[in-house]
Write a protein that binds this ligand. Structure first.
Ligand code: SF4
Length: 239
């Protein structure tokens, strides 16, 4: 199946030529917290959550940010930039929803990289990530079987990884684990990325069990828990 969105190079050039601060965005929220996942877990970060996602993963924990009809806030890049700078933090992550479904974000990510920020984007794995600026850390969330979105995965993304990228698998069953292991080995992910993250679906699978499977298989991956769901209430927004 084709990925949901592929940005043509000509459109990409047009977007990058525009002033990123004048471009429009559909925003869900901006907040300041600690990074809850991945190799930078625990580090303060400004999160820019864009609104809307074409997928409907069974385990989605940001359902309030996926329905375009419910509407986000119409803002400009300048509006976002003003809020981001108010926090005085040099680490910014774009998330969603699916941030890469709004092509203008390519220009805004480049802008922050040019400004010397550490920039990350968390993307659902269905959108082509090849045109993301080289300095941006791409955290690619591959869709496991229990997501019910398996056919939407864009496997080409796993062939164009950069050493600072991270690939995440959200695991809710043995089937999810076996599928994640297969993809990890098939694409040799541990040697191509900064981290391969095996992340249990919060509250649905015994964490110890996943750890035991990883150890039994001598799998070169990183088990992780979503730190923010332990610090705050699991349903709390803006953390
Ligand atoms: S891709 Fe992410 S935001 Fe979209 S439905 Fe799946 S989990 Fe939710």
């Amino acid at each position: 199946m084709q990925p949901v969105l592929n940005l043509a190079p000509a459109d990409h050039h047009r977007i990058l030529a525009a002033d990123p601060l004048s471009l429009p965005f559909d925003l869900n929220e901006i907040f300041f917290s600690v990074q809850g996942e991945g190799t930078r877990a625990g580090i303060p970060c400004v999160f820019v959550r864009l609104h809307g996602c074409k997928l409907r993963c069974s385990y989605c924990d940001t359902k309030y940010a996926i329905d375009r009809r419910a509407g986000g806030l119409s803002v400009s890049g300048a509006d976002i930039d003003q809020r981001v700078r108010e926090y005085g933090c040099r680490f910014v992550e774009f998330t969603g929803g699916e941030p890469l479904e709004q092509p203008n974000v390519f220009a805004l990510m480049k802008y922050y990289a040019d400004e010397g920020f550490t920039v990350a984007v968390e993307t659902g794995g269905h959108v082509d990530v090849s045109l993301v600026d080289e300095r941006v850390i791409r955290i690619i969330d591959m869709k496991t079987p229990s997501s019910k979105m398996l056919p939407k995965n864009n496997y080409h993304n796993l062939e164009i990884l950069r050493p600072h990228d991270e690939v995440k698998f959200v695991i809710g069953s043995r089937e999810d684990y076996e599928w994640s292991k297969k993809i990890t080995l098939e694409y040799d992910l541990p040697h191509k990325t900064a981290a391969v993250l095996f992340s249990p679906i919060f509250g649905t699978v015994e964490y110890k069990q996943i750890v035991e499977w990883i150890l039994e298989d001598r799998l070169d991956v990183r088990f992780q828990l979503q730190m923010h769901k332990f610090i705050w209430h699991p349903d709390m927004r803006g953390v």
